[in-house]
Design a protein around this ligand. Structure first.
Ligand SMILES: Cc1cc2nc3c(=O)[nH]c(=O)nc-3n(C[C@H](O)[C@H](O)[C@H](O)COP(=O)(O)O)c2cc1C
Length: 624
């Protein structure tokens, strides 16, 4: 005899009296039934929408949808029993429901020893459980959340520190900076973060190979242990050197690299190069030049170039505009194929970047199998980013379609484009005009007078001859070969002059130069509009409130809520729209979450002070 008192659905909550904002169960819910037992008065289920919303947000607790499938209720305690005769009994109870029409029923609450049919359930889903546990362990992270590098120090020291202190990974935006500026950031981060996780961008610089090599020298000297490699079309000696120097054989016999590398890629052929071991030819050349030892070259054949690859879909900045839902499965399949070929002891993982700035997009990434998520655009709008308040204000006003592709400064002649903000600046239009002129005319002297006047009056605000003098001065110090080439090739000279505008336009934006707002180049993806839509009417609509850790935790928290809701839905229970709202977390809530301490096994412990009572946390006005 079961010690539990079976509650018949008959006589339970009246459908008419129910909170219509709760949710609905389909016939499938009855077929997947088990039994829920509430053994304490405190486990009594509730049938109002607010209770369901609270249950979805109480991520450390299970959710049980119980009772009559036509009028289900929610509990976050008690016991669930799945399958077996109890489930059959529950199905039998639920099956009778269709033929019963009970007029004016009175609500009956479950009490100690009650037993109710289980309609659906969701296990706990702490934020620390999102993504791949091996990814988190490898980098010592609490959360599978990465802030990708943003050039010119927009991905600033402050941003990297904020991420690290929140148990996440941030990459310093080294691209576009001189080596001594990157060195200064390396010193600051080593001093402020010590052994806590953080990394630096290693960007491929086809036009400045010496710079790429110098940056790798710096990383090796300064002990930068994590790098995000990006913009590579093929592997270069510097990136291979970064990966291979210091690789050793562990006591267990495995080849263990001294540094970690995450390669950000949007093309399959490039991903394959990073998933394979370093190329033989480059290993031999590095060994011949004394950059790596014979032993390192041998061990390198057992490791993939990258520990992880980030599949970069449609994003801010350089992008191939690939859709995330198509790109990630392709990269996952590629990883599996390459793993079958090379049989690494730990297979490379695949994360997703591009378009992630809301709970829904992060939930989708994790649901598709992303080991981690990478954000960029949304972090530029945060207070820690190395940009100006004017740019933050422009970003906060952006909507979904307020982005455009425009010629890139670094690969202008190759026709490469970057995704930028369109609203509030003429940059996209003006940069496109420059590229059009570059294609149509052989030299600056060949430009029609009207075009030249337009450029001098509106774009450059100076005679082109003076712009060339400034350009030549810049390259004399940085890369004199460019000037020699320009003297031989007038079209190259025109490209360098036009790149003056493309290069300065992002500096004007970063510095917040008022007189140049119409020319701001602000790298930005559609993620910005999505974020602004999500935060509309909340405190995060205000740029000065956008703190990177609060934003990140809100995205992750909402993703976990939506993940749990999806699990309930798969069992036939559809939570109401209001229960599914995922408003951003407040700063106090974010601080309290961080103060709780990490998941077991996490190397990193975020230490944010808080006096908030973590058993009663407000989430968008809802207590959890
Ligand atoms: C302002 C800005 C600058 C960026 N600069 C770089 C960079 O220098 N190197 C890099 O690897 N990625 C860069 N990115 C890409 C980000 O690291 C990240 O991968 C991307 O922004 C993610 O997509 P999302 O913009 O849709 O969030 C940049 C992105 C933005 C928005």
């Amino acid at each position: 005899m079961s010690p539990y008192r079976k509650l018949s659905p008959v006589g339970r909550t009246s459908a008419g009296a129910r909170d219509r904002d709760f949710g609905t169960a389909s016939g499938d819910a009855a077929r997947s039934a088990g039994v829920w037992r509430g053994d304490r008065a405190s486990t009594a289920p509730a049938a109002d929408g607010a209770a369901l919303a609270r249950a979805l947000r109480a991520l450390e607790r299970p959710i049980y949808i119980v009772g009559d499938a036509a009028a289900p209720e929610v509990a976050t305690a008690g016991e669930a029993h799945f399958g077996g005769p109890e489930a059959d009994a529950a199905v039998a109870i639920a099956a009778t429901r269709a033929s019963i029409r009970a007029p004016a029923r009175t609500a009956v609450r479950a009490s100690a020893g009650d037993e109710l049919p289980l309609v659906a359930h969701s296990p706990p889903l702490p934020l620390e459980n999102l993504g791949d546990p091996e990814f988190r362990a490898a980098y010592g992270l609490r959360y599978a959340y990465v802030a990708g590098a943003m050039a010119n120090g927009i991905g600033s020291v402050d941003l990297v520190e904020a991420m690290s202190r929140a148990g996440m990974l941030g990459f310093f935006g080294a691209a576009g900076l001189a080596v001594d500026e990157v060195a200064a950031a390396a010193l600051r981060l080593a001093a402020s973060l010590g052994d806590a996780p953080y990394g630096f961008n290693l960007i491929h610089s086809p036009a400045e190979p010496a710079l790429e090599a110098a940056v790798v020298d710096l990383y090796l000297r300064r002990g930068v242990r994590v790098a995000e490699a990006s913009a590579y079309l093929d592997l270069t000696p510097p990136v291979v050197r970064y990966r291979v120097q210091g690789v050793r054989r562990s006591a267990a016999g495995a080849a263990v690299p001294a540094r970690r590398l995450i390669a950000k890629v949007s093309r399959v052929e490039v991903a394959r190069r990073f998933l394979a071991p370093p190329p033989e030819a480059i290993l031999r050349a590095l060994q011949a030049s004394g950059s790596i030892t014979e032993e390192e070259a041998l061990l390198a054949r057992e490791i993939p170039m990258a520990d992880d690859i980030t599949a970069e879909a449609d994003s801010g900045g350089h992008t191939d505009n690939r859709p995330a839902v198509a790109l990630l499965p392709t990269m996952l399949a590629l990883r599996d194929r390459v793993q079958r070929e090379f049989r690494y002891p730990s297979p490379p993982r695949v994360g997703l970047a591009g378009g992630i700035s809301t709970p829904h997009s992060a939930a989708a990434a994790f649901a598709m199998g992303a080991a981690y998520v990478v954000t960029g655009t949304v972090n530029q709008s945060c207070i820690e980013a190395g940009t100006s308040d004017r740019v933050r204000a422009l970003l906060a006003a952006a909507e979904q379609a307020d982005v455009a592709m425009a010629p890139a400064a670094d690969m202008f002649e190759m026709g490469v484009k970057v995704q930028v903000l369109k609203r509030g600046t003429l940059f996209a239009m003006r940069a496109a005009k420059l590229y059009e002129l570059y294609r149509a005319y052989a030299s600056l002297d060949a430009l029609p007078a009207a075009e030249r006047a337009n450029l001098e009056n509106n774009f450059f605000r100076a005679p082109l001859a003076r712009i060339w003098d400034e350009t030549a001065h810049f390259f004399r110090a940085r890369d004199p070969a460019q000037i020699e080439r320009a003297e031989r090739d007038p079209r190259h000279k025109m490209a360098l002059v036009f790149r003056w505008y493309l290069g300065l336009s992002s500096q004007w934006a970063n510095r917040g130069e008022e007189s140049r707002q119409v020319d701001y180049q602000v790298w930005c993806g559609p993620a910005m509009g999505a974020f602004n839509e999500w935060t509309r009417g909340t405190f995060l609509a205000e740029p000065r409130e956008r703190r990177a850790a609060t934003v990140a935790l809100g995205i992750l928290h909402g993703a976990a809520v939506l993940g749990r809701a999806a699990f309930l839905r798969a069992q036939g229970f559809q939570p109401s729209a209001s229960a599914l709202e995922t408003p951003p977390l407040g700063h106090d809530v974010a601080t309290a979450i961080l103060a709780r301490g990490g998941a077991a096994g996490s190397r990193h412990r975020a230490a944010a002070p808080s006096d908030t009572n973590d058993t009663n946390i407000r989430v968008g006005g809802i207590s959890t």
